[in-house]
Design a binder for this molecule. Structure first.
Ligand SMILES: *[C@@H]1O[C@H](CO)[C@@H](O)[C@H](O)[C@H]1NC(C)=O
Length: 204
């Protein structure tokens, strides 16, 4: 109440032209919000660090120091991944894409990975589009939040976040992660497959 009274008083005392500028800005912001699209995707990532079907391979054995809470792990350990993404938690469920990139043990004392990967979608309405995901994965937290740093195709100019949970362990070497992607993309971004048309317009 107090807040709105103050706002009202401020507006009332504003020179008319400033009020119009403020109104125009507010309308422009509302229009920009209406011109964006929210996309929520959920899929499961299979990180298989050994055995048959391995998709995650350690590239760098960190020179140390040894991690205080993660037996056998060293600061700087770096793994390259090409993990399968599926629509359900089972590896046998329908394929959704691949998560290609790396994670590095970047916590000296905390169990924290720095993740940097591209989600390449291979099915559904976003087949052919990619999402760039980067961020801090504190594996001791139930839910981790990483950033959507951009994308291609339907995810061009995407912003947003990814909620990242450990769904289950299939075996010592096979961890299943649940990823919920919340992305905002400008509504003007062309759907995948519109690339040719856009190129044609540019060539005129
Ligand atoms: C995804 O797109 C590729 C390339 O256009 C195509 O070959 C493939 O069949 C598509 N996959 C699905 C599941 O639609």
């Amino acid at each position: 109440m107090i807040h709105s009274t103050i706002t009202f008083t401020m507006i009332a005392s504003m020179p008319r032209v400033l009020f119009l500028v403020a109104l125009t800005l507010a309308m422009a912001t509302a229009t920009a919000a209406a011109r964006s699209r929210q996309i929520h995707l959920r899929f499961y990532m299979h990180d298989i660090t050994g055995g048959p079907g391995q998709t995650a391979v350690q590239l760098v054995k960190g020179p140390g120091p040894a991690h205080p809470f993660m037996p056998g792990a060293h600061f700087g350990d770096t793994t390259v991944i090409d993990d399968a993404l599926t629509e359900g938690p089972s590896a046998a469920s329908r394929a959704a894409g691949r998560a290609q990139g790396s994670y590095m043990l970047a916590g000296l004392k905390e169990p924290v990975l720095m993740v940097s990967m591209t989600v390449a979608l291979t099915g559904g309405p976003y087949n052919g589009s990619t999402i760039a995901v980067v961020g801090r994965d504190d594996i001791s937290a139930a839910v981790r939040e990483l950033a959507v740093a951009g994308g291609t195709g339907a995810f061009r100019k995407a912003t947003g976040h990814v909620l990242w949970r450990t769904a289950r362990m299939e075996s010592r070497d096979h961890m299943v992660l649940q990823l919920d992607v919340y992305a905002t993309v400008p509504a003007a971004v062309a759907a995948p497959g519109d690339g040719q048309r856009e190129a044609g317009v540019l060539n005129i």
